[in-house]
Design a protein around this ligand. Structure first.
Ligand code: 13P
Length: 284
């Protein structure tokens, strides 16, 4: 038998889980095998192209072997090319922070799927709450961007999440349902395949206030159950759902251990190589 390399605290936790809740423990192991963890850094409007290259170099150095997890970084548009060069053959995925739904044309300030593919960018973040809050992003535009990403073989990370007022007034589930319905309207099961969903409660983004494990698991399970009502059970079980909102080394392990949490979309902590690498390690 292989020796367990978990810490004593983790081993006690495992034992308690084993004796009290075997079905949950089994479910966690089953889902973990099925869904490869994804740790994505959203660098928002931070760091220039040389800082980007430097940060990626540090992440590669500090993270070691990352083959067991998908790691993705999303720098600003101006840093995508230097990021691609710095990534080299490390296996880190490159993401944009947006994508337009038209192939080209008079859309000042936007970026097309063709432009992203041209520089080897294989992922895109869509519908981040900051886009919804400050730049008029709607469920309809999220849907159009998602469709364009999917037909272009760029993997979308579609963000949803409630505001504090929506949570406090008991509207979290209805909001998630309407954002999901809007984002994936008219997207077939076959097209959906590579889509990742990020649950990011707006009140937890950049605030230092993280959703509790119970709130997080409840929302993630709600999203997965919604997927089951629209698509098939295998698709819902295969879809990766990330948590985003003040994830950091101190809380990553607990959040990433939840049955329906398959990774993280990390803002502030992903700008520090030590912290981002620690979160990557916590996902293994
Ligand atoms: P923070 O990790 O800084 O809260 O940001 C989360 C986020 O918005 C990732 O997209």
């Amino acid at each position: 038998m292989r020796e367990c390399r978990c810490s004593l605290r983790d081993r006690i936790f495992c034992e308690v889980r084993r004796s009290n809740a075997m079905p949950i423990a089994r479910k966690v192991r089953y889902n973990r095998r099925m869904r490869k963890r994804l740790i994505a850094g959203n660098w928002k409007m931070n760091i220039n192209s040389s800082e980007t290259a430097e940060l990626i170099g540090q992440i590669i150095e500090k993270s070691g072997d990352i083959s067991a997890v998908d790691v993705v970084v999303a720098p600003p548009f101006t840093s995508l090319v230097s990021a691609k060069a710095a990534i080299g053959s490390s296996g880190i995925g490159l993401s944009s922070q947006n994508i337009h739904w038209e192939e080209k044309g008079a859309f000042t300030g936007e970026i097309s799927a063709g432009m992203l593919k041209d520089i080897g960018c294989g992922w895109t973040i869509i519908g981040h709450s900051e886009r919804r809050q400050y730049f008029g992003e709607t469920d309809e535009t999220v849907n159009k961007r998602t469709k364009m990403a999917l037909i272009s073989s760029i993997k979308p990370i579609v963000c949803i999440g409630e505001t504090l007022e929506e949570r406090d007034t008991g509207k979290t589930n209805s909001l998630l349902k309407s954002q999901l319905g809007g984002a994936f309207d008219n997207i077939s099961e076959a097209d959906f395949a590579d889509t990742v969903i990020a649950y990011e409660p707006v009140w937890a983004i950049g605030t230092g206030r993280t959703a509790t494990p119970e709130q997080t698991q409840e929302a993630h399970a709600f999203i997965r159950n919604w997927l089951k009502t629209i698509y098939s059970e295998p698709l819902a079980e295969a879809c990766r759902i990330l948590y985003g909102g003040s994830m950091k080394p101190a809380n990553a392990k607990e959040l990433l251990a939840l049955p329906d949490v398959d990774g993280g979309l990390i803002g502030g902590a992903s700008l520090k190589a030590d912290d981002f690498s620690a979160i990557i390690c916590a996902s293994l």
